[in-house]
Design a protein around this ligand. Structure first.
Ligand SMILES: Cc1cc2nc3c(=O)[nH]c(=O)nc-3n(C[C@H](O)[C@H](O)[C@H](O)COP(=O)(O)OP(=O)(O)OC[C@H]3O[C@@H](n4cnc5c(N)ncnc54)[C@H](O)[C@@H]3O)c2cc1C
Ligand code: FES
Length: 385
């Protein structure tokens, strides 16, 4: 696989993807573990990263290596109170250490799965995990100069990219600017400082909203701003930007970059925040469509579930997942953004408009499968549910 390197203007023999491909990692990807296939993984290590963040390291029962791209996520499925619940977690470990896979999870107040993981998963326990998915990877946007911007647990995909680049010996110019509440909340702080000490083109910076208990904090205090970016990363306009964090943070990053004259085509983001992009119930990330622009009329459609025989009505401004939830029909879902594939369902009759983000393959679409979290009805429907 040869990818053209936008910065050098030539076809790069050293592009990130090429190096991984050379190592045989791409070829193994997907063939062994697809995002539709559930595997039982065994927890082999739990590390406290901060007071509310833990890393869980998992290995395959059969001891086989994992294949994925840095920046991808897995979907886990756990049974809580007799119900299967799924959530996405980015793989924080790099594909260059393929015999284990780590997820780094922040405990969310009142969060169902993050608390379950923190309180229940320990070395020796097993976890049901669907294969890697997602397009937030540097191989999709090869470049020689990057700016990684993250906040909170949004550090995980960028950490996988940083670790992979280090392990591969890529001499790429990366500035990694992470925002945290206080110095004690900085995830991977020690490792990042060790990596930047030994990789001369990796510069790591932290900006904290407050100093917390660390009286001798020497880094910037406050929030990311254009002024801070200009000061810390004066060449940010030349860099491919990868950003991940809460929705509010990413919105502010986008505004700062636009204001600073950064090329929007060189901006890439991953959102962990389902509720923030929600149209109605905190599940649907795809924006609600206005009613018919020509007539101003909302169309109402009937939905029948072939297996349970249940029926409900919905209109074309809401996603099928949101309408099913409203009708009290449980549909497995996780990302709510057309990314993870958890809500994939066969549409047996009728037409839908689907705007996905890579969570479904063309061959699955050809077979009649659709992602309900990002599909809207265009006619009456019969679903294989
Ligand atoms: C692609 C992707 C990658 C991700 N990677 C990571 C990662 O690397 N690390 C990480 O920590 N997270 C990651 N996430 C987020 C993760 O999937 C979960 O969303 C997160 O752990 C919270 O899940 P939970 O079950 O604990 O919380 P939930 O139970 O889903 O609750 C989330 C929030 O909503 C509130 N809430 C829940 N139900 C209600 C209700 N009925 N009314 C009002 N409020 C309610 C809760 O109080 C909580 O604040 C990722 C998400 C995506 C989509
Ligand atoms: S819930 Fe992730 S694709 Fe629909």
């Amino acid at each position: 696989m040869m990818l053209s390197d936008r910065n050098s203007g030539s076809t790069s023999v050293n592009a990130f993807a090429d190096r991984l491909a050379d190592a045989g990692i791409w070829e193994r990807a997907g063939a062994r573990w697809s995002s539709a296939e559930k595997k039982t993984l065994i927890c082999c290590r739990v590390v406290d990263e901060t007071h509310d963040v833990k890393t869980f390291t998992l290995s395959a029962e059969e001891g086989l290596p994992f294949s994925f791209e840095p920046g991808q996520f897995v979907t886990i499925s756990v049974e809580i109170g007799g119900q299967a619940v799924t959530r996405c977690y980015t793989i924080s470990s790099p594909p260059t250490r393929p015999y284990t896979l780590s997820i780094t999870v922040k405990r969310v107040p009142a969060g169902v799965v993050s608390n379950w993981l923190h309180d229940t998963l320990h070395p020796g326990s097993s976890l049901q995990v669907y294969g890697p998915s997602g397009v937030f990877t540097p191989s999709s946007h090869p470049t020689r100069k990057s700016l990684y911007l993250s906040a909170g647990s949004g550090i995980t995909p960028l950490m996988s990219m940083t670790r992979a680049g280090y392990d591969l010996g890529l001499n790429r110019d990366v500035v990694f600017l992470h925002s945290a509440r206080t110095p004690e909340d900085i995830i991977f702080r020690t490792e990042l400082s060790q990596l930047s000490a030994s990789a001369n083109l990796l510069k790591v910076l932290h900006v904290c909203e407050g100093t917390g208990f660390e009286d001798n904090w020497k880094g910037p205090v406050g929030r990311l701003s254009l002024e801070l970016l200009e000061r810390q990363v004066p060449d940010f306009r030349e860099r491919e930007v990868f950003t991940c964090g809460p929705a509010g943070y990413m919105k502010s990053v986008r505004n700062i970059l636009v204001e600073g004259g950064h090329d929007p085509d060189r901006y890439h983001q991953e959102s962990f925040d389902i509720a923030a992009a929600s149209a109605d119930d905190g599940v649907t990330a795809a924006p609600a469509l206005p009613c018919d622009v020509t007539t101003g009329v909302r169309h109402s459609f009937g939905v029948r579930l072939a297996r349970s025989g249940r029926t409900f009505t919905m209109d074309d401004t809401e996603t099928i997942l949101a309408a099913a939830r409203k009708a009290g029909v449980p549909v497995p879902s996780s990302c709510g953004q057309g990314l993870c594939g958890t809500c994939k369902t066969s549409v047996l009759e009728g037409d839908v408009d689907m705007q996905h983000n890579g969570g479904i393959r063309q061959r699955e679409i050809d077979k009649g499968l659709r992602l309900l979290c990002c599909s809207r009805a265009k006619s009456d429907l019969v679903l294989d549910l």
